[in-house]
Every structure is written in structure tokens, then in C-alpha cells.
Write a protein of this length. Structure first.
Length: 123
């Protein structure tokens, strides 16, 4: 599978009480690998991912990461194991765990993680 160009936007797109249309954002997304911070909730952020292809292996030293699949199929590859997620399924990857995500088809994902996270990983 070819590695796509990563488009990662960490700016917070929406504030409190603003309506967020995930469908409209997904429809407008021309990228194979797109990541946008939607909003901040206390000390965490909610991010939208539109994925097709694979990300690199990485880890987050301090932040856990939660993936929730809205549509498509997401493979979360860990050392020695793969967690496959379909629509309405999620998994939390604890901090310090080396992982990568892979989407064999266009997949829409919501992610929740600490606001201090570096989306491409700490190492």
C-alpha cells in the first residue's frame, strides 16, 4: 500500500456550542490522509481523520489515543497484533505503545487524545 501525503491540522476549528458537521467536512476533504482538530474538551482534543493508506509507526510518550470508526475500516497495527475496527467500533491505544493506523479504503475516524499530543508521534 502506498504511503499518502499526510495533511495534519492542529488548529482548533470549532468553539463551544458551534455545530460541527462531520459529514460536510468529510465531503469537502480531497486528501487521502487528513487530520483536523475539531474542538477542545477540557484537557483533550477531538480530531477528525479521513484516511486511506497507512501512517508510520510511532508512539505517544504521555498521551493515550482513542480511535472511533464512523465509516470504513481501520487497522491499528501494534507490535505482534492488529486490531481491526469497523463502523461504530473503537479502541484506546495507551501512551508508550508503538502503533500505526492503516485504512485499506477511505475511512472516517474520530480521535480523542490529550491536547498536548503530537499527532505524528513523539518517536
Amino acid at each position: 500500500m502506498q504511503k499518502p501525503e499526510y495533511v495534519i491540522r492542529t488548529d482548533v476549528k470549532f468553539g463551544g456550542l458551534e455545530r460541527i458537521s462531520v459529514g460536510a467536512l468529510v465531503s469537502a476533504c480531497p486528501h487521502d490522509w487528513f487530520n483536523q482538530t475539531l474542538c477542545r474538551v477540557n484537557e483533550s482534543v477531538v480530531r477528525l481523520g479521513v484516511f486511506k493508506g497507512e501512517f508510520h509507526f510511532h508512539k505517544h510518550d504521555r498521551e493515550d489515543e482513542f480511535f472511533y470508526v464512523v465509516s470504513g475500516r481501520l487497522l491499528v497495527e501494534l507490535e505482534g497484533r492488529v486490531v481491526e475496527l469497523g463502523p461504530n467500533e473503537g479502541v484506546m491505544v495507551p501512551h508508550g505503545v508503538v502503533h500505526r493506523t492503516r485504512a485499506p479504503q477511505r475511512t472516517v475516524v474520530l480521535m480523542v487524545e490529550g491536547a498536548t499530543v503530537k499527532p505524528a508521534g513523539d518517536s
